[in-house]
Design a binder for this molecule. Structure first.
Ligand SMILES: Cc1cc2nc3c(=O)[nH]c(=O)nc-3n(C[C@H](O)[C@H](O)[C@H](O)COP(=O)(O)O)c2cc1C
Length: 452
């Protein structure tokens, strides 16, 4: 008897119940999946993929905040707060002996990535991509690690992987490379969005993101041992690729790819992932994570929660926080706070410390940070550039921001960036009553509707 679904398939069910999922029964060419998925205002499951009889493909699952809120089971505005609260209560995974993700096993000569409907996603991409992965690695000193890393199809047994940015897996890979050894990794495709959130969260290196995923789900993740590696993978995943990152360093062309920065990226130099074993369900659903929206909406709560944590450490009381999707959920943070004197600056400094965030605005809690007009008003009347703008020079950056000129760095180089923060809270010494908003005389007494 099949066990009860808790992961990816349960989420598809939840979307269905909420009227947020379309099922397409007509046969679809693998090369059209990206365009068709991008054309839908709902999540989509393609039930019939031409030339891939056993496969279905799901996409656009969390390409807006409302669908992510379904995954998190909370109000769309509370996702970051919910994420921060749940991630502070990790639940350790449990090991099981058999798993849906290992119903079909391809090893040795049988390994063939062309048997998976890996789509060509964007014009200019360097090849077909697996965009939504949950990548597991291990290290003697720091333990298990999970992150999301896209894979570019290269051959039936090899993919590229984007490992240019600083990350725990890049660090594990560098350690293996220093010893001229490969790094064993396992890739799960088709896991619950909460697992993806846990994986993409920049947790301290010793934190096990699988326990974090358990905390977010509110129940332990079930893991099963890999068939060829000393690693464990989520039992309820759809597809697993077992293999190793070859000890060659950053030498192989990878990309371009339609990046989460909403830019069609450049070719990068990266390592190669050699696949030694493929396992999947008997009726697998391939997850084509739609770029950039699904990536950006997954990034936003992670960045927001990191911002909330930074504010907490700085002893600043956060009221609301937002990583705008225009900044890809990564590069900007806007927060409102209950301010005590000086805390506007403390808050700006704290938020600028968050990984890739390079632009910050902090306001008081009378400002609705989801309303651009309200924000513009705060910036217009509460900011003096020489006193309220903070510039931080030479901080960590990401390659895909063209303004950091990473092409000048050569293979394996890491860029830096300057950051800007604006304290748009009421300045100390300015009386609050000077910000009293207009209220129309008698507006609570008479209504036009009562006269018509
Ligand atoms: C959908 C998705 C795809 C991602 N792809 C990559 C990638 O290809 N390369 C990368 O360096 N980071 C990528 N990220 C960000 C990393 O997953 C994130 O920085 C994570 O914290 C890395 O985990 P680690 O430091 O524990 O290894 C992606 C994030 C998401 C949500």
């Amino acid at each position: 008897m099949r066990r009860e679904e808790t992961g990816f398939r349960k989420f598809l069910e939840d979307l269905d119940k909420a009227g947020q999922l379309t099922r397409i029964k007509n046969s679809v060419d693998c090369r059209h999946l990206s365009a068709l998925g991008g054309d839908s205002d709902k999540a989509v499951v393609f039930e019939n993929i031409a030339d891939y009889p056993n496969w279905r493909v799901a996409t656009a699952l969390v390409s807006n905040r409302d669908r992510l809120a379904i995954a998190m089971r909370c109000d769309p505005k509370r996702i970051a707060f919910e994420f921060e609260q749940k991630s502070s209560k990790p639940i350790d995974p449990v090991l099981v002996n058999s798993a849906p993700c290992q119903e079909v096993i391809m090893e040795g000569d049988e390994v063939d990535l062309t048997r998976i409907p890996i789509p060509m996603m964007h014009l200019f991409d360097g090849g077909p991509y697996i965009s939504g992965t949950f990548a597991i690695s291990d290290d003697l000193n720091h333990g298990r690690n999970v992150g999301c890393y896209r894979l570019m199809y290269r051959s039936p047994t090899e993919t590229g992987i984007d490992l240019v940015s600083p990350s725990d897996m890049r660090y594990y890979y560098q350690k293996a490379l220093d010893k001229k050894e490969p790094l064993p990794i396992a890739i799960a495709v088709g896991v619950h969005p909460l697992d993806m959130l846990a994986a993409s969260y920049k947790a301290p290196i010793d934190v096990d993101e699988l326990s974090l995923a358990g905390g977010l789900r509110g129940t332990p993740l079930e893991l099963v041992k890999c068939k060829t590696l000393d690693l464990e993978v989520p039992a309820d995943a759809e597809l697993i690729l077992e293999g190793e990152l070859l000890p060659i360093g950053w030498v192989a062309d990878e990309g371009p790819f339609g990046e989460f920065s909403q830019i069609s990226g450049d070719v990068k130099w990266n390592p190669i992932f050699r696949v030694k074993c493929i396992t999947h369900r008997k009726d697998p659903i391939f997850y084509m994570l739609q770029m950039p929206w699904e990536n950006d909406w997954l990034a936003a709560p992670v960045t927001e929660a990191a911002g909330l944590q930074a504010l907490r450490v700085a002893s600043v009381q956060a009221v609301d926080i937002r990583a705008p999707v225009g900044s890809c959920g990564y590069w900007s943070l806007i927060a409102s706070i209950k301010k005590r004197p000086g805390e506007g600056k403390n808050a700006v400094a704290a938020l600028l410390s968050v990984a890739e965030v390079k632009f910050v605005i902090v306001t008081d809690d009378d400002i609705n940070i989801h309303n651009q007009d309200d924000l513009d008003w705060a910036i217009a009347f509460r900011v003096q550039a020489d006193q309220d703008a903070l510039i931080l020079k030479g901080a960590r950056a990401k390659h895909i921001d063209p303004s950091v000129k990473s092409w000048l760095l050569g293979k394996g180089g890491l860029p830096t960036t300057d950051k800007l923060g604006i304290d748009a809270t009421i300045p100390e010494g300015v009386p609050k009553h000077l910000y009293r908003r207009i209220k129309i005389f008698g507006q609570d007494l008479v209504k036009l509707g009562d006269l018509t």
